[in-house]
Design a binder for this molecule. Structure first.
Ligand SMILES: [Ca+2]
Ligand SMILES: [Ca+2]
Length: 94
């Protein structure tokens, strides 16, 4: 009987340990796909990002960086980022 109690206690400790480990994790936020991010930025839903859409609410230095980034990502220089151009910008750094 005592032995059974120990097992029960051990089991509870393990379960609680797992539960608290789960709780300790930062709320599992499903990683947004690039497609989702792209469509979020694409305010007018024309399937391309203008500089304004890409820069968004950034200001000052961040805006400058985003503007430069935009220029680099816009491979064909049409002043819009296609989804492919947008995605390519994220693939480089792995
Ligand atoms: Ca757009
Ligand atoms: Ca382009």
């Amino acid at each position: 009987m005592v032995r059974l109690m120990r097992w029960t206690v051990a089991l509870v400790v393990v379960v609680l340990g797992i539960a608290s480990a789960e709780a300790a994790k930062p709320a599992a936020k499903p990683k947004k796909s690039l497609e989702q991010r792209f469509s979020q930025l694409d305010k007018d839903n024309d399937n391309k990002l203008s500089l304004d859409e890409f820069v968004g609410k950034r200001a000052d230095e961040k805006k400058e960086k985003a503007t430069k980034r935009f220029g680099k990502l816009d491979k064909d220089g049409d002043k819009y980022l296609s989804l492919e151009e947008f995605k390519a910008g994220f693939k480089k750094k792995n």
